[in-house]
Design a protein around this ligand. Structure first.
Ligand code: ZN
Ligand code: ZN
Length: 321
């Protein structure tokens, strides 16, 4: 089979990825072999390619939003970021398996979906319906699920004012979920295409800064310098959730300007399977408008380069023929 691997982590201009030929992997006990139809491209894949996240093993295949068919049964499934947890630690037994210190991740600890096949533990894949195009389902698996958890973590009150900083794949799905709940959404993005998309999806504003104080905000851009202004833009009692796995350094905060009046800064760490199931149930019952930019499988490195340069409208997806 053909598979992309992170060959030498570094800037996209140095071509960190390589397309290689490999044996089709053998599923172990409790695992399924999935023939990939499409795989979403996430900022985390970019962090792994560029070395912002340290590789956990050499020459790993990235990709953790894979839609495909289980070999043998033909069942359609989604393979997402959370690959396994221990099930026994204090976090797992508390229902916080996203914090399990022994958790493993698709495309980081094990080969992911930028390949014609991948194996995954059967207990961690999500059943998906057979009809929708794989390209439309793939972005739900990380962009959708992580955005859903970030929305829960930012404590948005009913009918509240939500700021979304950075308007890419995850943000465009999260904005729709929030608007469906009655929120007023303000998008903050430097990209003209993203601003246009935000307004088309029902955002009340899209610009350099929110036009009113916010009850809640989610920072999707991996840019630590946005944390102080995003905190400052919160109303009293507001919460800012940082959605990404990687963030550049946060500048010093001024207690009075950025935190006092019970403003809260919190992170979002992966997701539980319960988050995944809840989001997919919602998204399949009330399908969001999924804006995708499709790339042929052979052009995974171009997809990541476009993501690095903020040239992707909505979600980038690799489509296998
Ligand atoms: Zn992701
Ligand atoms: Zn655990």
């Amino acid at each position: 089979m053909r598979a992309w691997v992170v060959d030498r982590p570094g800037p996209m201009a140095s071509r960190p990825l390589a397309l290689v030929e490999r044996e089709v992997p053998e599923p172990g006990p409790g695992e399924v072999l999935v023939r990939v139809e499409a795989c979403g491209v996430c900022r985390t894949d970019l962090h792994l390619a560029e070395g912002d996240l340290r590789p956990r093993r050499p020459r790993t295949t990235p990709g953790h939003q894979a839609v495909g068919r289980v070999e043998g049964t033909g069942e359609r499934v989604g393979v997402a970021w959370l690959r396994s947890t221990c099930g026994r630690c204090r976090y797992c037994v508390r229902g916080m398996e996203n914090l399990c210190p022994h958790s493993t991740y698709t495309g980081w600890d094990a080969d992911g979906g930028f390949a014609e096949y991948l194996v995954a533990p059967a207990d961690y894949v999500y059943p998906l319906p057979g009809e929708p195009p794989a390209e439309r389902l793939a972005p739900l698996l990380c962009a959708g699920i992580i955005g859903y958890r970030a929305l829960a973590r930012c404590d948005l009150p009913p009918g509240g004012r939500l700021g979304i900083y950075g308007f890419g794949a995850s943000a465009h799905l999260t904005a729709q979920a929030a608007i469906a709940q009655g929120a007023t959404v303000h998008a903050v993005s430097r990209s003209a295409d993203s601003r246009r998309l935000a307004l088309e999806l029902g955002a009340a504003s899209a610009g350099d800064r929110p036009p009113e104080p916010l009850d809640s905000a989610i920072l999707f851009a991996p840019v630590g310098t946005l944390v102080p202004p995003a905190l400052e833009a919160l109303d009293r009692g507001g919460t800012l959730a940082v959605a990404g796995i990687h963030l550049t350094d946060i500048p010093a905060l001024d207690y009075d300007r950025h935190l006092f009046q019970e403003r809260t800064l919190r992170s979002v760490t992966a997701n539980t399977r319960a988050d995944g199931r809840a989001y997919l149930e919602l998204a399949l019952a009330h399908p969001p408008r999924v804006t995708t930019t499709a790339y042929p499988f052979e052009e995974a490195d171009r997809a990541l380069a476009d993501l690095a340069a903020d040239r992707v409208n909505g979600a980038a997806v690799l489509v296998l023929s």
